[in-house]
Design a protein. Structure first.
Length: 71
């Protein structure tokens, strides 16, 4: 039986709202979970950029998709 980690549950329970297209020209990054343009700040502990509101990583699949990172 596969062990379920609390992080998996937290991640899956959030449903991204892919409702708007980001305008990257103003330097703002779109958070798929907050469904609003937010500032992504560097998390020293994790070494990644995270949403300043909900704390989701910019490396999250939906945030990558909506911001067209590495695709
Ligand atoms: Zn967010």
């Amino acid at each position: 039986m596969e062990q379920i980690k609390i992080f998996d549950i937290m991640t899956k329970s959030k449903k991204p709202k892919l409702t708007s297209v980001i305008d990257k020209s103003n330097g703002v990054t779109w958070c798929a979970y907050c469904a609003t343009p937010v500032k992504f700040i560097k998390d020293k502990e994790k070494g990644v950029k995270v949403c300043s509101i909900c704390g989701i990583s910019l490396n999250d699949y939906w945030n990558k998709t909506i911001n067209r990172i590495n695709i």
